[in-house]
Design a protein around this ligand. Sequence first.
Ligand code: NDP
Length: 452
Amino acid sequence: MTSFDYDLFVIGAGSGGLAASKSAAAFGAKVAIAEGDLVGGTCVIRGCVPKKLMVYASHFSHFSQEASGYGWNIPAGKLDWHKLRDAIQTEVARLNKLHISFLEKSNVELISGFVKFVDAHTVAVGDRKFTAERILIAVGGEAFKPNLVGMEYAITSKEMFLLPEFPQRFAVIGGGYIGTEFAGIMHGLGADVTQIIRNHSVLKGFDTDVRASVQEGMVNRGIKFHTGIDSNSLKIVKNEQDLTITFNDVDGNAQQITVDEVLAATGRKPNLAPLSLEKAGIEVVNNAIAVQKDSCTNQPHIYAIGDCTDRVNLTPVAIAEGRAFADTVYGHTPRFISHSNIPSAVFSQPEAATVGLSEEKARELYGDHIKIYKTKFRPMFYSLAGGESKTMMKLIVVGEEERVLGLQMVGKDAAEIIQGMALVVTMGGCKKDLDNTMAMHPTAAEEFVTMR
Ligand code: NDP
């Protein structure tokens, strides 16, 4: 019988790899995990966590104005960018250490360095080689920049957390999750923000009312937009002190804006090239590792989870895929996770959250059998605080029993509310279940159980 150095070798200590390695070790497997960067991965080091801290930081700019409506006289503050940036990095460093200590407690061996496949059971980290009975690839993804003139001068979300100086004039290219979130953050922190997108509105693929409500809210807050631009015409020129972005607008007219920093938030892709996957004969389709629903690749002992498989690129999905893998392979409890009805939030300002189907997708699948319940209102908080902030809530149901297909929300606390409400969709609940739920008054969330 062949003997291996490890039962399981995990490549990548991000959210998915960490969850899978600890679960497999808890079932008694001898596990190693390799990481070339800080332990924690995109989410913890340069994604969800530092981003959410920046979202919180950006909320304080409204504080004195909102408080004055409630009778408080608080002078408007001024951001100390270096203090914020360094405080976030201190927190990131703390979490990195914490995750290393969790690995130690779980008996997972941490190997520092980037991994290359040598053959289907052997990997190399620097000049060391390791063999494993099974290998799990959880290398995530990295920012993708289109091949346009001057794109090398654009930063990506990774550099957003380490900016040496705060850019007073800031542009974002892209209207997806990352672009829309950072436009709100930078505006809240005090920058003059312009978002440049090739679509007619932000957040392609989301419910039309969500897209419109987010964009309307961003415009009301003072973010400038160029929509429907010809993205092939886009160029960035570096000046001595700043950057000039030129492009043709929706009418074909040449436009230019000058900024201190430009963020390319134009999507992410799995970063597979350094792995030498071909040495292990692993199939790649459309630049992502091809997997079956149990996360197994075309090699029966090699699995892949998270963003490198380009299924649903969200942290909780990678964690769930990792735990399902460990339960199936080491816990002798075979199970798959469902990739439908996954709730998701965009921490834009206003915030958006969704679970289940958009109205457009529901109509495509069920035609006229769907019914829409919708409300738009000014939350009570703003009645004294002032401002144009509106909340939009929408319920999409189907058939006579009015089974809930989707819930959409834009507004304060949307993510917190939809996380709880997601249960209705997961459990196959109907409108009557919401009607039978007593409202909590006064809240915004009560609208979901009182819609008529
Ligand atoms: P997205 O795919 O969400 O958006 C990419 C954006 O870039 C789109 O608006 C797209 O335009 C635009 N774009 C692409 N190519 C070009 C081009 N050549 N010129 C101009 N615009 C272009 O990617 P993100 O980078 O925003 O986010 C990546 C992933 O990270 C998300 O899909 C999500 O899974 C994850 N994420 C999740 C978060 C959360 O859960 N809150 C937060 C941040 C990231 P168009 O719309 O026309 O295609």
